[in-house]
Design a protein around this ligand. Structure first.
Ligand code: 6PG
Length: 218
C-alpha cells in the first residue's frame, strides 16, 4: 500500500496528537527525533490508563544509560504520565537473551497486532534496529531479534521487532525531520522495496509525518 506522506510545519506536534489519541497496544521508538513529540503527548494526555506501551527497538545498554531508548522515552513521556502499562526491552540482557525475553513478554501480554507503531528513519534509511542489508530483514518467524552489529551510532548491539510484526500493525506512523534524512526519505518512500533501504520494506497502513527539509528529495 502507498504510504500517506504528509509534509507539515510541525510534524512532532502532529505525532503527539496521534499518540494522545491512541489506545490499546502502542509501540514507541527511540532516537532523538521523537523526544519533543513525547513531551507534547504527555502534556496533551496525562492519563495513559488502558494503554500498553511497547518498544520498536532498544540499544543493549542498561535502562539508565544515556543511549537507552527506554530512558529517553521515560524522561520525555512515561515519567510525566499516569497509568501506562510499560513493556520495555531489557537491553542489559544483551541482544539475544533480550530478544528472547521480549518475545516471551509479547507472548504473555502482547496483542496479535499492535494498534499503533511510531517509527523513525535513519539517514541510512534504517528503521527500528533493522539496518541495510542485515539478515534480520529476512526474518519471517521470530517476532523479536538480537542484532549484534548496529549499522549506525551508537555502535552497540540492539534488540528489534521484526518486519512481520511491524507490518501487521493497524497503523504505522513515521516521524522524520531534517535535511540529513532527505535522501533516506526518498529511498524509503518513493522507490521500490529494497533491503538496502529498510524503511522501504515497511508495508501496511503507513502515514509519514515529515517537515519540508526531510521531504526535499521526494
Ligand atoms: C534507535 C531508533 C532508530 C531511530 C532512527 C532515527 O534506536 O536509534 O529506534 O530506528 O528511529 O535511527 O533516529 P534519530 O531520530 O535520532 O535520527
Amino acid at each position: 500500500m502507498q504510504p500517506d506522506l504528509q509534509v507539515i510545519d510541525d510534524p512532532a506536534e502532529a505525532a503527539a496528537e496521534v499518540l494522545a489519541g491512541a489506545s490499546g497496544h502502542v509501540v514507541l521508538t527511540g532516537g532523538s527525533t521523537p523526544r519533543r513529540a513525547y513531551e507534547r503527548a504527555a502534556e496533551l494526555k496525562p492519563d495513559w490508563s488502558g494503554v500498553n506501551v511497547w518498544f520498536s527497538d532498544e540499544r543493549c545498554v542498561p535502562p539508565d544509560h544515556e543511549h537507552s531508548n527506554f530512558g529517553m522515552v521515560s524522561a520525555a513521556l512515561l515519567d510525566r504520565v499516569e497509568g501506562a502499562a510499560v513493556h520495555r526491552m531489557q537491553g542489559e540482557l544483551g541482544p539475544h537473551d533480550g530478544a528472547a525475553a521480549y518475545e516471551r513478554e509479547l507472548e504473555d501480554a502482547g496483542p496479535d497486532a499492535f494498534d499503533l507503531m511510531l517509527l523513525g528513519l535513519g539517514p541510512d534509511a534504517h528503521t527500528a534496529s533493522l539496518f541495510p542489508g542485515d539478515a534480520a530483514l529476512a526474518e519471517r518467524e521470530r517476532r523479536v531479534l538480537g542484532v549484534e552489529t548496529a549499522g549506525m551510532a551508537p555502535l552497540v548491539s540492539r534488540i528489534t521487532l521484526t518486519l512481520p510484526v511491524v507490518n501487521a500493525s493497524h497503523q504505522i506512523v513515521f516521524l522524520i525531520t531534517g535535511t540529513d534524512k532527505a535522501e533516506a526519505v526518498s529511498r524509503a518512500f518513493s522507490g521500490r522495496p529494497d533491503p538496502r533501504a529498510p524503511g522501504s520494506l515497511v508495508d501496511g497502513k503507513v502515514k509519514v509525518l515529515l517537515d519540508a527539509a526531510a521531504a526535499a528529495r521526494l
